[in-house]
Design a protein around this ligand. Structure first.
Ligand SMILES: [Zn+2]
Length: 325
């Protein structure tokens, strides 16, 4: 168990031991805190034949099956599957939850990225949440719980996982291969979520971010033309949009009197300084344009976001032209 999850785990496990456990759970929080692992530990504890004082025993038949990933009473709709979860999937899940458990200790269903449930699927799940079969536990994971039907949310007990304090996260991060040189900025860039920061560092995104900002600095210093920005941006989509977004927010922050040290992208100080010389309305227009681009998930999932991106870069070009020198 990750160090930042031990406190929420202890609270949840105490409820399990006291027999006051709700059937439906909604686990929320920014991705990269280890939610899938947390949910599997909940499942293990629920199905364990001899639960210990602080968690599943790890020894019984059920724990062993879970460890090998083939427990017949655990049903998982993983994040890697369909982009939306339809009613047939949920009907099938409910039917399987209703069948007799093979090991006798109940059943568990885990639905990752539960916001993918269609309305019909959510309504089908509602029935199962209202009248759960036998000793079953249904765990929904979502980073954006507001996108779930209110009726689903109200029938689940909420368990919010929060990003750990920077010191706790950094200490863990620096012990991981490839992240020995982790800095607070790597956490800030990843919503404070240690596993996201680890992936960011291990997939070479930090040098990509620096390359993007250096293209931006060159552009603002009139050493490069607009296409160079596009060329730097295209290979780092969609993350690059997040970085630009945070950069613009930093420029707005500077305008309100914050210091560079308070900026997330403090390692791109010269670019932020240059952008903060723009009128606030223009910065806001750029931020809004980026927001629209970032939320346009379809564009990134189905095709090259080229046109939208080009439009935003054009907007950027016209808004910042006064500070290019
Ligand atoms: Zn066990």
């Amino acid at each position: 168990m990750y160090p930042w999850l031990t406190a929420p785990w202890a609270l949840w496990y105490e409820k399990l031991l006291s027999g006051r456990l709700a059937h439906g759970w909604l686990v929320t929080g920014p991705g990269g805190l280890g939610q899938p692992q947390f949910a599997r530990e909940m499942a293990a504890a629920h199905l364990c034949a001899h639960p210990a004082a602080n968690g599943p025993c790890g020894q019984c038949h059920s724990c062993q099956l879970l460890e090998h990933g083939n427990h017949p009473d655990l049903l998982v709709l993983g994040a890697e599957n369909e982009r939306s979860l339809g009613v047939d999937l949920i009907r099938d899940l409910s039917a399987r939850l209703g069948a007799t458990p093979q090991l006798g200790a109940g059943k568990v269903a885990i639905i990752e990225q539960a916001e993918r449930l269609t309305e019909a699927a959510a309504n089908a799940l509602l029935k199962t949440l209202e009248e759960p079969a036998g000793r079953s536990l249904i765990i929904l994971l979502s980073e954006v719980p507001d996108r779930l039907l209110a009726t689903i949310r109200s029938r689940c007990q909420r368990l919010a996982l929060n990003a750990p304090a920077t010191a706790v996260a950094l200490q863990w991060l620096r012990q991981q291969p490839g992240a020995e040189a982790a800095e607070p900025i790597h956490l800030l860039l990843n919503h404070g979520a240690p596993l996201r920061a680890l992936e960011y560092l291990n997939t070479g995104r930090d040098p990509q971010r620096k390359a993007l900002f250096s293209a931006l600095a060159d552009y603002l210093a009139a050493r490069q033309k607009l296409p160079a920005l596009l060329v730097a941006l295209e290979p780092v989509l969609p993350y690059g949009l997040d970085w630009l977004y945070l950069l613009l927010l930093d420029a707005l922050k500077l305008q309100t009197g914050a210091s560079m040290a308070e900026c997330r992208m403090s390692d791109a100080g010269s670019v932020i300084g240059r952008l903060s010389a723009l009128p606030t309305a223009r910065l806001l227009a750029l931020v809004q344009g980026l927001s629209a681009l970032r939320s346009n998930e379809e564009a990134f999932a189905t095709a090259m976001p080229g046109l939208h991106l080009l439009n935003w870069c054009r907007l950027f070009y016209s808004e910042v032209s006064d500070v290019v020198s």
